[in-house]
Design a protein around this ligand. Structure first.
Ligand SMILES: Cc1ncc(COP(=O)(O)O)c(C=O)c1O
Length: 355
């Protein structure tokens, strides 16, 4: 079939998504999951969720409770919320429906799944480079350029650079581009300086994306949500999203983790403390450049020390994300913050690499 061959050929002309390699006895610090949150806590709520749900039935009653809990957590109304199977799925749906035929402007580097998905849907995408000195960008220039595009995507904090842009800069973008759709991806917001959930009631052109995969320690359960104005949230829930995008089990897990939010908050405190320690130590080193992080991972340029550090991480069984030479960054690596023991090992690998 000619048309099908052509379509498959087009799809396959893109880079396929490669899941990280499966590893067994490594410290898994390559995907920014919350490894500090106790495994037995997640196991306990998973067992409770299994006990309390009848998987023979479609998930109905869990929706209402999850929306209520999310409304409490975000201090918004249930009418401002939409849920999905991870924020990946929500982004995909938004791009393939309201994004179709539009154009997008974002930063470089940013969350690559998002720009890959734009390419798949043939959405022209412009990326403005961040400075390799401090991961900032020229906001006035960005606003000027953004006037030529329909949709703006900003990850706040940004992945892979880990920084959150200045609040007044992002507010300036929102305030200056009221006739554009602005997607703010807050996957790592629980580790950050500020969140923008209140912009969705103040402006009718903002979508804030969130996930349970990072701070909440539930990457395996695939739970994401969006916050936006009531009309867009309703359209998303009733027309765009699948009837049952989440299993009753996953929804119950999200409910349980919100009930026990103090445990999540405790792990965030630990991660932030570790973050300060790692930054302080690695920032003293001249042979590498560690960037300030407002998330649960670090972005580091290792220049000529890349191979040595990469190999030492492997021999210590620490799995990290190795970018190498990447845009304007040299020997770039992204490392999730883990528990104290592994973080100290990482610091020592870096400190030894200079000798
Ligand atoms: C900025 C950003 N947004 C979204 C996601 C995807 O989150 P989810 O697991 O909810 O699909 C990630 C995961 O790495 C991310 O870094």
């Amino acid at each position: 079939m000619d048309w099908l061959d052509k379509e498959l050929g087009y799809i396959k002309s893109h880079k396929p998504y490669k899941r990280p390699d499966k590893v067994y006895d490594f410290h898994k610090l390559d995907s920014n999951e919350n490894i500090v949150l106790e495994k037995r806590f997640i196991k306990a709520i998973a067992l409770k969720s299994l006990r309390e749900n009848d998987l023979r039935e479609y998930p109905i009653k869990q929706f209402e409770e999850l929306f209520k809990k999310l409304a409490d957590y975000t201090d918004l109304s249930i009418r401002n919320i939409g849920v999905g199977s991870g924020s990946d799925q929500i982004m995909d749906l938004l791009l393939s429906t309201i994004g179709k035929g539009r154009s997008i402007i974002t930063l470089n580097p940013t969350f690559s799944y998002f720009t890959d998905r734009c390419n798949l849907y043939k959405i022209p995408t412009k990326q403005i480079d961040l400075s390799n000195l401090d991961n900032s960008f020229d906001v006035e220039l960005f606003i000027k350029k953004a006037k030529e595009y329909d949709i703006i995507y900003i990850a706040s904090p940004n992945n892979p650079t880990g920084n959150q842009f200045k609040l007044d800069e992002i507010l300036n973008i929102i305030e200056s581009l009221k006739d554009k759709l602005i997607i703010i991806d807050e996957a790592y917001v629980e580790f950050a300086e500020y969140n923008l959930s209140n912009t969705v009631t103040k402006y009718n052109n903002v979508i804030v994306m969130r996930t349970f995969s990072k701070a909440f320690g539930l990457a395996g359960a695939r739970i994401g949500y969006l916050l936006t104005n009531e009309e867009l949230a309703d359209t998303f829930n009733q027309y765009i999203q699948l009837p049952y995008p989440l299993s009753s089990f996953s929804m119950q897990l999200a409910i349980e983790v919100l009930v026990n939010i103090h445990k999540v908050k405790r792990s965030i405190q630990i991660i932030k403390k570790e973050r300060s320690k790692i930054f302080e130590r690695l920032n003293k080193m001249n042979q590498i450049k560690i960037f300030e992080s407002h998330s649960n991972f670090f972005f580091i340029q290792t220049f000529d020390h890349f191979d040595k550090i990469k190999n030492s991480m492997m021999s210590e069984k620490i799995l990290i994300k190795n970018f190498g030479n990447f845009g304007n960054y040299q020997g770039a690596m992204r490392i999730t913050i883990g528990n104290t023991e592994v973080n100290d090992k990482i610091i020592s690998i870096f400190e030894k690499s200079g000798n």
